[in-house]
Design a protein around this ligand. Sequence first.
Ligand SMILES: NC(=O)c1ccc[n+]([C@@H]2O[C@H](COP(=O)([O-])OP(=O)(O)OC[C@H]3O[C@@H](n4cnc5c(N)ncnc54)[C@H](OP(=O)(O)O)[C@@H]3O)[C@@H](O)[C@H]2O)c1
Length: 310
Amino acid sequence: MSTKQGRKIAIVGGSGSIGSHTLSALLKTNIHTVTAISRSESNATFPAGVIVKKGDYSDESFLVSALEGQDILILQLGIFSVDQQTPLIRAAAKAGVPYVLPTEFGSDPYSPLAKNFPMLIERKKKYRDLVEELGLSWIAVVNNPWFDWSLKHGNWGINIKEKKATLYKGAEGKLNTTTQRKVGEGVSKLLSLPDAELETFKNKPVYLSSFEINQREVLDSAIRVTGTKESDWKVVVRDADEVIAEARKEVAQGNHMAHIMEFYITHMKESSGGNYQAKATKDAEVLGLKDEEDLDDVVKAVVDDITTEN
Ligand SMILES: NC(=O)c1ccc[n+]([C@@H]2O[C@H](COP(=O)([O-])OP(=O)(O)OC[C@H]3O[C@@H](n4cnc5c(N)ncnc54)[C@H](OP(=O)(O)O)[C@@H]3O)[C@@H](O)[C@H]2O)c1
């Protein structure tokens, strides 16, 4: 096991959905100096121990001064604000920050999925290219759909609250999926690697995964942890391609959220690119990430979260 290296790390979006997990994992190491960069109009708050710099992203002098002396810039911007990466990357180049983790945190940019889902995957290439053009290095964090977040939002085709599930016939493949906690831990382990090991990820993805799993296994876990029987659930089986065709029709009629359904089902299809287990196993070894997550514990936490919300 390699020794850890402390760094100066700037994070944008550090109070967000994935940013908060990343920030807490970085702080837990006690070896990094973490600076959160946030918009002046933001109501975001940050834990003690974080240096906070609030300002306007159109103000280059603010960004450059916030980034001077940083070793890493993590960009975890919300899905509707990914374009805000441009001024931040340009400022990082001016400030001489060697590494940028751009707003990826999704599916494998080198899988067939990328071309099939240009708006969700392929469009992120522009920012990796910009980082390289400016002479910096990027590392793209690949985590596929966040497991717990997706379960909570019903994206696995499973509605825990109503005990309903739709299983997709023809999409029974095992895909990789990562909990938000593990994404944070993975980023923290990556950025704690000594220089020589961090360099091996230069301009490459790092693959994270909590589970290699199919929809049926997620449903079985939900049944176990809710203490129910399958007969307590309304489970329907639908042809995956039919559901995709319907989703495309809905998108054409203006419901762009229907695209998400196609996105998930495609990940569940064999050879779609939704399974990168070999790469995740290899990277977990380099990062020293242990395989200690228990599926039922994670599903139980989501069930409890949904229950206490009501
Ligand atoms: N794998 C998956 O299942 C999955 C799911 C969803 C998203 N993602 C990926 O993860 C990324 C991060 O998503 P998230 O859900 O963590 O993001 P989020 O919580 O929605 O937002 C993160 C941060 O973005 C900043 N922000 C929001 N609006 C902004 C604006 N107009 N201009 C500049 N900054 C703005 C905010 O930071 P401040 O308030 O501090 O400025 C916010 O805390 C996404 O872009 C997407 O690529 C992956």
